[in-house]
Design a protein around this ligand. Structure first.
Ligand code: FES
Ligand SMILES: [Fe+2]
Length: 456
């Protein structure tokens, strides 16, 4: 199942052919504040994958392999810690046919169990909730929150079932920045090894200190990788979101890949090098705010100020109540899209964007998937309750989730492509998708790791 590799010459990132216009590092040099070191870090990694077999997106055989060799073995984000905040709180996480219940015990420890009754196999729990035991609704077999069995009804009828054999099968659990991860493989690598250097990248932006302001899931008629890869590069902006070009340095983006994670940084509030004229600072602001041409500007940019500085200033004011050191935060962290991908499917964002994504197959189907958006916000004082999940069905507009604000309009443009990519791939007479050397670095990195897993 390994994909064909075209060897690329070894090169430092700077030696790659890059777009005309500023590099992201040059944009950072003009920041009104000192930028954090993490935005200066670069990777110098040679990635072998430049094209991907189309069968990876459409074939049941590859999907089955992925289920066994990737999802059966990898650390994967199951839920936010805040949804299992107290003893008895549980959250069900599903991947393919596997169902897992994450639960906080009386001892405050978070555990994860296969969400299946050991009597005749009914699922134990659905969704999220709170319960002082894990009780099967069929015949009432029950387990304590630590997975140990309680006495079964009519225990005289089970002389052949030894109590010690009926502990719920447990999975390994890891937590990082308020996210709970699980791994179905008892022989898996330690969680810290899977995270690698990622925690160092997020020292400046502790996501554990934020709460879930919105959580929206959208069902799509496509392979999970098709949806995920639509959110891993800024190369599509010129065709998919052309109205954003005055305010988005799409091809000034910087792309890097480390061991298990990758990163793209796309500057906002700087014009795209694709434009053949320089927009005014007001046009930059209006484009960012999705302003129509005949409406008065929503946020007038004062003389002598840039849209990038003004937006950063507005963000500092908005965050003043919840982020103590916000006056020292750079324009870059307040404006730019800093989007990480931890293999295989988790996308936390750096800086002060609220966005985080997760993508996964839906119901063990290579042609359907779920994309979830978690908006995380800083807060002061006691932690607000996390938002409950809103589900959007195939074809439903993201604007049905008003909690996403103007992001919903941008997601709708991306969603317009997604079903058509899957239909196109299923209809394709050619064998591979071909990836850009630099701007599709994150996708190339993902497939490099995917091959490593499926070939292991
Ligand atoms: S299937 Fe769960 S108690 Fe019977
Ligand atoms: Fe997009």
């Amino acid at each position: 199942m390994s994909g064909p590799h075209d060897a690329l010459p070894k090169a430092e990132p700077e030696a790659f052919a890059l777009s005309p216009g500023d590099t992201y590092q040059q944009i950072l040099d003009r920041d009104s504040r000192e930028v954090p070191e993490v935005l200066r870090w670069r990777s110098a990694r040679e990635l072998p994958v430049v094209r991907v077999p189309i069968e990876r997106y459409v074939s049941q055989e590859f999907h089955d392999l992925e289920m066994e060799k990737v999802w059966g073995r990898v650390w994967q984000m199951a839920c936010r810690e805040e949804v299992v905040a107290g003893p008895g709180d549980y959250a069900v996480y599903e991947i393919g046919d596997t169902s897992i219940v994450v639960v906080r015990g009386e001892d405050h420890q978070i555990r994860a169990f296969h969400n299946v009754c050991l009597h005749r196999g009914r699922r134990l729990k659905d969704g999220n909730g709170r319960s002082d035991e894990l009780r099967c609704p069929f015949h009432g077999w029950s387990w304590k929150l630590d997975g140990s069995p309680k006495p079964v009804p009519c225990h005289w009828d089970f002389p052949h079932a030894k109590r010690e054999d009926f502990h719920l099968p447990e999975l390994k659990v890891g937590t990082w920045e308020g996210w709970v991860f699980v791994n179905p493989d008892p022989e898996c690598i330690p969680f810290e090894q899977h995270l690698g250097e990622l925690p160092r990248h997020f020292e400046a932006w502790p996501l554990a200190d934020r709460y879930t302001e919105a959580h929206v899931a959208h069902l799509f008629p496509c392979n999970w990788k098709v949806a995920q890869e639509a959110f891993m590069e800024a190369y599509h902006v010129i065709a998919t979101h052309p109205h954003l070009l005055p305010s988005l340095g799409d091809c000034n983006s910087q792309y890097d890949a480390w061991d298990t994670f990758s990163r793209a940084v796309t500057p906002q509030m700087v014009p795209s090098p694709h434009l053949d004229h320089a927009p005014t600072e007001q046009e930059i602001m209006d484009s960012f705010l999705l302003q129509t041409i005949d409406a008065p500007p929503k946020m007038p940019v004062p003389e002598g100020m840039t849209a990038r500085q003004l937006f950063a200033q507005m963000m500092r004011m908005n965050l003043q109540a919840s982020v103590a050191s916000v006056q020292r935060v750079s324009d870059a962290e307040l404006n730019d899209s800093i989007y990480y991908t931890l293999f295989p499917n988790f996308h936390p964002w750096g800086g002060y964007s609220k966005i985080n994504y997760r993508f996964r197959p839906y119901e063990n189907d290579p042609n359907r998937c779920v994309m979830e958006v978690f908006l995380l916000s800083p807060f002061r004082g006691s932690r607000p309750a996390p938002a409950s999940l809103r589900w959007l069905d195939v074809g439903e507009p993201w604007t049905n989730a008003p909690e996403l604000g103007t992001l919903a309009n941008v997601f709708d443009q991306d969603t317009f492509n997604i079903p058509n990519i899957q239909r196109g791939l299923r209809a394709a007479a050619h064998e591979h998708v071909t990836l850009a050397r630099y701007q599709e670095t994150k996708i190339r990195h993902f497939h490099t790791l995917l091959e490593k897993y499926v070939n292991a």
